[in-house]
Design a protein around this ligand. Structure first.
Ligand SMILES: Nc1ncnc2c1ncn2[C@@H]1O[C@H](COP(=O)(O)OP(=O)(O)OP(=O)(O)O)[C@@H](O)[C@H]1O
Length: 295
């Protein structure tokens, strides 16, 4: 396929909120990730297959937008720490992830209350003055949230798994979106992962080592997609099979976005980073709220 290997400082611009052109389809069209259409994504692939490059592309595309970005990086923070200027929150351990996911669930419940008060089905039906900021949660190394070293971790894992699943089930309406990256997303990680996968209609499968991950990522789609994913050569990182809810699948390659490009974007748009304390604990005065809602 044509090689879109160009070093990009800017991705092709998108005017739409929560939409990023991350690469090119084999057919020549743009590969677009639009969280408002497909709210939750699984980004799977073996080591060096291009998962982080795709996360970089997303970061570069979302950084100039009025959205909050949140990271869960269980590679000890090595992937996302350089992007902290544009991150409203970053968890680098499982314990921090538990706190952050709890905050996200509480945020979702708060937004449910807000929508209920306003008679809205989702945050997009709220008047712009009260509409809360959309939050995109980037997770690196999903399996780490599920792997158990000993039994003492069982409750923590169950807790994390439930929180992630709740966000995946209800986040769309309340403006909370998931982009979950991982090398291995197999059923051996437990039923939580299988349930989570069912809620993620966006699937990206880079080159994989184990057939199980390709099957978990794409397997309930056209079997030909699976064959194509397993044929991705190591020499073309960034090539992936992508699928979303239209039932179609495509072969595509992400634009090459170096870490320093993403770091530059994170610094350039640092002033757009909402404060996590303001997002997680919105200071809403009841009187002001009814004024705004009736305006
Ligand atoms: N679309 C692309 N075009 C050209 N090179 C790419 C592309 N995507 C990734 N690469 C290069 O391939 C290498 C591996 O990419 P990347 O770090 O994104 O893989 P990964 O799947 O995140 O690996 P790991 O799991 O080991 O972190 C990097 O050197 C990266 O620059």
């Amino acid at each position: 396929m044509r090689d879109p290997l160009v070093q990009l400082d800017h991705l092709p611009a998108s005017d739409d909120l929560l939409t990023v052109h991350v690469g090119r389809l084999e057919t020549g069209g743009l590969w677009t990730i639009d969280f408002r259409t497909v709210p939750h994504w699984i980004n799977a692939g073996a080591t060096q297959s291009g998962k982080s490059n795709l996360a970089n592309a997303l970061l570069v595309g979302l950084a100039p937008q009025p959205v909050a970005l949140v990271g869960i990086d269980l590679k000890g923070g090595v992937e996302f720490t350089p992007y902290t200027p544009r991150l409203s929150a970053l968890a680098t351990t499982r314990a921090e992830s538990v706190t952050l996911l709890d905050d996200l669930v509480a945020l979702m419940v708060d937004r449910m209350g807000l929508c209920r008060t306003a008679g809205a089905r989702n945050i997009w039906q709220l008047p712009p003055g009260v509409r809360p900021v959309p939050v995109v949660v980037l997770v690196d190394e999903l399996a780490e949230l599920y792997l158990m070293a000993d039994k003492s971790e069982k409750d923590e894992i169950a807790h994390t798994s439930t929180a992630l699943l709740r966000i995946a089930q209800l986040g769309r309406a309340f403006g909370i979106y998931l982009f979950l990256s991982g090398q291995r997303i197999g059923s051996d990680l437990g039923p939580g992962v299988t349930a989570l996968r069912a809620q993620c209609s966006g699937r990206i499968c880079h080159r994989v080592n184990d057939p199980e991950t390709a099957t978990m990522t794409l397997g309930d789609l056209d079997p030909a997609a699976l064959v194509s994913a397993r044929a991705i050569p190591a020499e073309t990182p960034g090539v992936a099979i992508i699928a979303s809810q239209d039932g179609q699948w495509y072969r595509a390659r992400s634009f090459y976005v170096a870490e320093r490009t993403a770091e530059h974007a994170a610094r350039t748009y640092a002033h757009l980073t909402p404060d996590w304390a303001d997002i997680a604990r919105p200071d809403r005065d009841g009187a002001d709220l009814s004024d705004l809602l009736s305006a």
